[in-house]
Design a protein around this ligand. Structure first.
Ligand code: ZN
Length: 159
């Protein structure tokens, strides 16, 4: 296994060619994320129709890890339901903080290249910020910060 070189290759690739980079003109959900520890700032716009993410884009000023994580996140959740996206958000957080047992079934696919991030405590927040911001956008919270509390905002009730 060459997890480390694969990780570096993926980070480089997504920084050279970030996927879904920009801002959607017709977004109905939006959130801004900020990681004061590193200075990462992300702006995520998405189009949610019938609880499905039909389109998503991100832009901002961030380090390579944050940018690669954001780029991979957009490709992973595009076309997915809100519930599936929330599952990925949860699993990615667990992965980045070393709580996820990747030998057990999960939905992260190639995102597991970030599994080594748990050994770099100062970069964990860089990797998590896009997911944190996506969560905020899905729940229509104007801004997210990795400094905020861990408590999840109230979920929209479709009943
Ligand atoms: Zn960063």
């Amino acid at each position: 296994m060459h997890t480390n070189s694969l990780y570096q290759e993926v980070i480089l690739d997504h920084n050279r060619k970030p996927r879904n980079y920009g801002k959607l003109d017709h977004a109905n959900h939006h959130a801004v994320g900020h990681n004061p520890l590193c200075g990462d700032r992300l702006d995520i716009t998405l189009q949610l129709d019938n609880d499905q993410i039909n389109n998503i884009a991100f832009q901002g000023e961030s380090c390579a890890i944050c940018k690669a994580s954001a780029s991979m996140m957009t490709t992973a959740v595009k076309g997915k339901s809100r519930a599936d996206a929330e599952t990925l958000i949860h699993e990615f957080r667990e992965l980045a903080t070393g709580k996820l047992d990747i030998s057990q079934p999960h939905h992260l696919g190639r995102l597991t290249v970030f599994s080594g991030i748990r050994d770099l405590p100062t970069r964990v927040k860089c990797a998590i910020l896009p997911w944190h911001t996506l969560h905020a956008a899905l729940n229509s919270i104007a801004s997210a910060s990795t400094e905020s509390t861990e408590s999840a905002p109230p979920m929209a009730d479709n009943a």
